[in-house]
Design a protein around this ligand. Structure first.
Ligand code: 3PY
Ligand code: MG
Length: 260
């Protein structure tokens, strides 16, 4: 589902990070019409069961649910894939060797070492039309395996990372990149490093995405060739809306009522 979106022509697909394991928030975010979400286990205290519920709700709403995993491990990620996640984002992939090792885990043999879970949700509880062959095909072809490029060394080794077997896309993380470069986020050096990584991915024909703030950045990254763009997260949207509502109320309350 997400793989198809990545490869379809037209403007980039738009998603947001999800950190709140409430079905109400999932229906609000999903109902807003995002193309995809990234359920964020790296920076939010989501249990495996939370992730599972969010995958089910978002996929039922036609919003592709990806999961950002906590590290380079296989265990929970395998469960998310068997739960029907449309893709996995792997944080901090530092070089080509790591990219190869990590991606292998999410490919079925002979290319990789992912385990068979035919009784799982991804195989419609064993009733998938097309049987085991379709479960394996979908696992190889329809799931997006995405490496996050968010360290200076990763930007330097980007050509090698892009060539890793099984890698379907890369996501450039400007926040951690700025920390790794030792310069403030939003500085020209970070901006240029992100641009360079995007250009390398476009040259290699690998779909690339990033996270942005503001319309100008969205326009720029779309023009540069980003195929998927993340705008904010559910917690930030609630926080922003709450602060705006309160500020407006305080401002209005402090103004004298004008009597005609
Ligand atoms: C980063 O910018 O480091 C990210 O991980 C984006 O969420
Ligand atoms: Mg990061």
């Amino acid at each position: 589902m997400f793989q198809k979106l990545l490869r379809s022509p037209g403007p980039p697909v738009i998603g947001t990070f999800v950190k709140i394991p409430a079905l109400e928030i999932a229906e609000i975010i999903g109902g807003a019409g995002f193309d995809f979400v990234v359920i964020d286990t790296e920076h939010a205290l989501l249990s495996v069961r939370d992730v599972y519920s969010l995958i089910v709700v978002y996929s039922r709403m036609g919003v592709a649910p990806l999961v950002r995993i906590t590290d380079h491990g296989y265990g929970d990620a395998q469960r998310y894939l068997d739960a029907g996640a449309a893709g996995i984002l792997v944080p901090h992939v530092s070089d080509a060797t790591q990219a190869k090792t990590v991606m292998r885990q999410f490919l079925f043999p002979p290319e990789g070492s992912r385990g068979m879970g035919y009784a799982a949700r991804a195989a419609q509880w064993g009733a998938l039309e097309g049987g085991v062959a379709e479960y394996v095909r979908a696992g190889q072809e329809d799931v997006a395996r995405i490496a996050m490029i968010e360290e200076q060394g990763a930007v330097e080794d980007i050509e090698g990372i892009l060539a890793a077997p099984g890698l379907d896309a890369v996501f450039i993380g400007p926040g951690d990149l700025s920390l790794s470069m030792g310069v403030p986020g939003g500085s020209p050096a970070v901006h240029d490093a992100v641009t360079g990584a995007i250009e390398a991915a476009v040259r290699a024909g690998v779909p690339v995405g990033t996270v942005v703030a503001g319309e100008d950045q969205i326009r720029l990254r779309a023009e540069q060739g980003c195929r998927f763009i993340l705008v904010g997260n559910d917690t930030g949207m609630i926080s922003g809306a709450a602060r705006r509502a309160l500020a407006q109320a305080r401002q209005a309350g402090a103004r004298p009522v004008s009597v005609p």
